[in-house]
Design a protein around this ligand. Structure first.
Ligand code: NAI
Length: 331
């Protein structure tokens, strides 16, 4: 039997946490033959609720779940973890300035970076979900210098999956037959959902989405804005932000990273820019990636037309501004 993998979920008493921990305990994230030990962290006001989640995990009698640590102590939470899914953060409340929210999250991510650096297992893989996801991941990277930058990522897989979903609905095809959409940039409304390399599986071979949709106005307009604003649409409908789809996307992100992407398929991950596609190095930016042997690499050589170029640059610009704002909170 395999040794259990320790998976940290911060903000585990929250909405996404509540959807995510049972998925991890069922093997959705790491495979149906992989035992796990869950580490759940939240803050003291949520301690009782966190304990309730722990009780439910016990009650669910998950065969793969070999242990549960539920704590408000960051060091205890981070000790020995192989995977860290950072969902905890300070939410933007009505009337709050962007800078105030940034400042709260910068201090949270700075502290948690140090705890992970000191106490996590060697080669721990980190996924930041909490917003502003890209910039929180960047702060985590900066304050955990001994964790390789290749091990720190942020979630844009939800946006990626939303793009697959929109194409599947539009063409009335199975979502599993659509692949290679790309989310470029920030997990925010400036992200660029790109279908120029996306295809649909058909009996005669993979067919470009552009050819099948044949409505450039929709692809360059409503499709993009629908994906960009899907989070807001969910809040409007549910009066709560997306949680089950976010949890599912977090599982997809880690599963593909650890177990690999299928041949010929790429997915979107927020990762540290090396300057690929002329994205400024030093930002956490969402790129198309493939994964193998536990490592991601940015898909190279895709053509970028003028329309796309502007959109890649605009979202990079926003990330540079966020980075500057985050740094101004540090001083
Ligand atoms: P939530 O408010 O229900 O849960 C957040 C939890 O984090 C709460 O239980 C809170 O007590 C906890 N928390 C706050 N500060 C903490 C700290 N310092 N350490 C540990 N835990 C802490 O929020 P929800 O809906 O679960 O969303 C969580 C985050 O994920 C939000 O920042 C949200 O904006 C973000 N999000 C990101 C998505 C993405 O695709 N990247 C998609 C959906 C949400």
């Amino acid at each position: 039997a395999k040794d259990p993998i320790r998976v940290l979920v911060t903000g585990a008493a929250g909405q996404i946490g509540y959807a995510l921990v049972p998925m991890i305990a069922r093997g959705v994230m790491l495979g149906a033959d992989q035992p796990v030990i869950l580490h759940m962290l939240d803050i003291p006001p949520a301690a009782e609720s966190l304990n309730g989640v722990k009780m439910e995990l016990v009650d669910a009698a998950f065969p793969l779940l070999k242990g549960v640590v539920a704590t408000t102590d960051v060091v205890e939470a981070c000790t020995g973890v192989n995977i860290a899914v950072m969902v905890g953060g300070f939410p933007r409340k009505e009337g709050m300035e962007r800078k105030d929210v940034m400042s709260k999250n910068v201090s949270i991510y700075k502290a948690q970076a140090s705890a992970l650096e000191k106490h996590a297992a060697a080669n721990c893989k980190v996924l930041v979900v909490a917003n502003p996801a890209n910039t929180n991941a960047l702060i985590l990277k900066e304050f955990a210098p001994s964790i390789p930058e290749k091990n720190i990522s942020c979630l844009t897989r939800l946006d990626h999956n939303r793009a697959l979903g929109q194409i599947s609905e539009r063409l009335n095809v199975q979502v599993c037959d659509v692949k290679n959409v790309i989310i470029w940039g920030n997990h925010s409304s400036t992200q660029y959902p790109d279908v120029n390399h996306a295809t649909v599986k058909a009996p005669g071979g993979d067919t470009p989405v552009r050819q099948l949709v044949a409505d450039d106005d929709w692809l360059n307009g409503e499709f993009i804005t629908t994906v960009q604003q899907r989070g807001a649409a969910i809040i409007k409908a549910r009066k709560l932000s997306s949680a089950l789809s976010a949890a599912s996307a977090a599982c997809d992100h880690i599963r593909d990273w650890v177990l690999g992407t299928p041949e010929g398929t790429f997915v979107s991950m927020g990762v540290y820019s090396d300057g690929s596609y002329n994205v400024p190095p030093g930002l956490i930016y969402s790129f198309p990636v493939t994964c193998r042997d536990g490592k991601w690499s940015i898909v190279q050589g895709l053509s970028i037309d003028e329309f796309s170029r502007k959109k890649l640059d605009a979202t990079a610009e926003e990330l540079s501004e966020e980075k500057a704002l985050a740094y101004s909170c540090l001083s």
